[in-house]
Ligand binder design. Structure first.
Ligand code: C2O
Ligand code: CU
Length: 481
């Protein structure tokens, strides 16, 4: 399904998602939030168009931006006001396992009417997000996600901090979410649920205000169920400064677009040189035709009373241990199934079934090491602090966005097929390999990732294309106490 724009209308809505963290200098003992998960309405189409019924945190989409600070406790009381159970996952946070929010693995689902208090200390500063982790293929598609920003302990030389959360929605002609197609077997076996309407921060044409001569940090988050997106901003020269919440040595992007698989994040920093009154177009460029997704509006001639920032931006590194290959445990993960190369047979809930039965009776289409979905036994059990290398081989005809809970990993090696390149940072850039929590894999690719198993508990490893996860691309591993 392709994204389309019936018209290139401009939204009149003012920039609501702008917030400015620079110099906020708050000292807090803990940050407290309360989130109600409930139905709401959103204007996903052009102004005056249909209002769309969604499910949202506090009834809005995206949910409110949760701002926390590195090393300071964060408590979020989540109340479920839906008719079905739910949980909340804090994507990318190297979190206490009991707070990871995986329904059925790290906690019982939050039943309708119940409240669950998530209480954890974010160890890393950066751009993260939260989303439902129960029936994600439905709950995330209906709007249950929001940004989670963990501030650095000290200011990082930024004048304006912006969040851009991108999603594609599959809407019917009347503007309602196409609910009938949620989680269907066709999407599961192909590229997942792809939408026909693109939004940034829940708006068809987001407008974000900036001042001339400001240094802007723009945090891009892909919250789509399955679409790989790519963004470009006209009239600025961005540095890429962080991936999946973890700082990298600033990389000049030039004309290159920033490609994000589902759940991936990228932080860009750029200076505004355009005159007041200018509009800098944010476009989505993954398809044949670039789409206008939103605008940066230069609203003031100058940022008053402040010198122009100079030099290359740099974010302080988080303290994340890096894996070493020598003596590491190596785990093989063979990814198979999906349309054009269907499973012949695989084990599902302890039973060996043929591909046809898996698809028709259970809606399952994918396997890791010949096993569909989470099994009773973990993929592997690591000792505390063991170095782990997972060698993932994508023996399918589809790309996948492989996500590890609880850890950031280093991409150690990649054997690509010609014509595909999902590595955003060139291996030749000379910088230390970035830490990531989600890695895009092209069809046929083999990628080795490594991390230090320093966080005990039961952790999920899955494709973040939510229909692929629902269709079997999910397993788990254990780290001993
Ligand atoms: Cu973003 Cu298993 O999740
Ligand atoms: Cu996938």
């Amino acid at each position: 399904m392709t994204l389309n724009r019936r018209t290139v209308l401009k939204s009149a809505a003012a920039a609501a998602a702008v917030f400015n963290l620079a110099g906020s200098g708050r000292a807090a003992e803990a940050y407290h939030y309360a989130l109600d998960i409930k139905p709401g309405m959103a204007s996903l189409l052009e102004d005056g168009g249909a209002r769309t019924a969604i499910w949202g945190f506090n009834g809005q989409v995206p949910g409110p931006t949760i701002t926390a600070r590195q090393g300071v406790p964060l408590k979020v009381a989540v109340t479920n006001r839906l008719q079905q159970p739910t949980t909340v996952h804090w994507h990318g946070i190297r979190i206490d396992n009991a707070m990871d929010g995986v329904s059925g693995l790290t906690q019982a689902p939050i039943e309708p009417g119940e409240t669950f208090v998530y209480d954890f200390v974010p160890p890393d500063a950066g751009s993260f997000w939260y989303h439902s982790h129960h029936r994600s293929w439905e709950q995330q598609a209906r709007g249950l996600y929001g940004p989670l920003i963990v501030e650095e302990a000290a200011p990082v030389g930024i004048d304006r901090d912006l969040v851009v959360m991108a999603d594609d929605w599959r809407l019917r002609q009347d503007g309602a979410i196409d609910v009938a197609s949620l989680g269907n077997v066709m999407d599961r076996a192909h590229g997942g649920r792809l939408g026909n309407v693109l939004t940034l921060n829940g708006k068809p044409y987001e407008r974000l205000g900036v001042f001339r001569r400001e240094r802007v940090r723009l945090r891009l988050i892909n919250s789509a169920n399955a679409r790989i997106m790519a963004f470009r901003i006209a009239g600025v020269k961005p540095w890429l400064v962080a991936l999946d919440g973890q700082p990298i040595a600033a990389l000049e992007m030039g004309e290159a677009a920033v490609r994000l698989g589902p759940a991936q994040r990228a932080d860009l920093v750029f200076d505004i040189h355009a005159d007041a009154g200018s509009e800098l177009v944010i476009s989505e460029v993954s398809g044949a035709e670039p789409l206008v997704a939103g605008y940066l509006e230069v609203t003031e001639p100058e940022a008053a009373g402040r010198a122009v920032r100079e030099g290359v931006p740099a974010l302080p590194a988080n303290q994340v241990p890096r894996p070493e290959s020598a003596g590491a445990r190596t785990v093989e993960l063979f990814m198979s199934g999906g349309a054009m190369q269907f499973l012949q047979q695989a084990v599902f809930k302890g039973e060996l079934l043929d591909g046809r039965t898996l698809a028709r009776q259970h809606g399952q289409a994918w396997a890791f090491n010949g096993v569909v979905g989470t099994a009773a036994e973990p993929l592997f059990a690591a000792a505390r602090n063991e170095h782990v290398i997972i060698r993932m081989r994508n023996d399918t005809r589809w790309p996948h966005a492989m996500h590890v809970h609880g850890f950031h990993f280093v991409e150690l090696s990649r054997k690509p097929l010609s014509g595909w390149d999902y590595s955003l940072v060139p291996a030749t850039s000379g910088s230390v390999a970035p830490l990531r929590d989600t890695v895009l894999m092209a069809p046929g690719e083999e990628v080795e990732i490594g991390f230090v198993a320093d966080n005990p508990g039961s952790w999920l490893l899955h494709c973040h294309m939510t229909e692929h996860m629902a269709g079997g691309m999910v397993t788990w591993f254990e780290v001993a106490k």
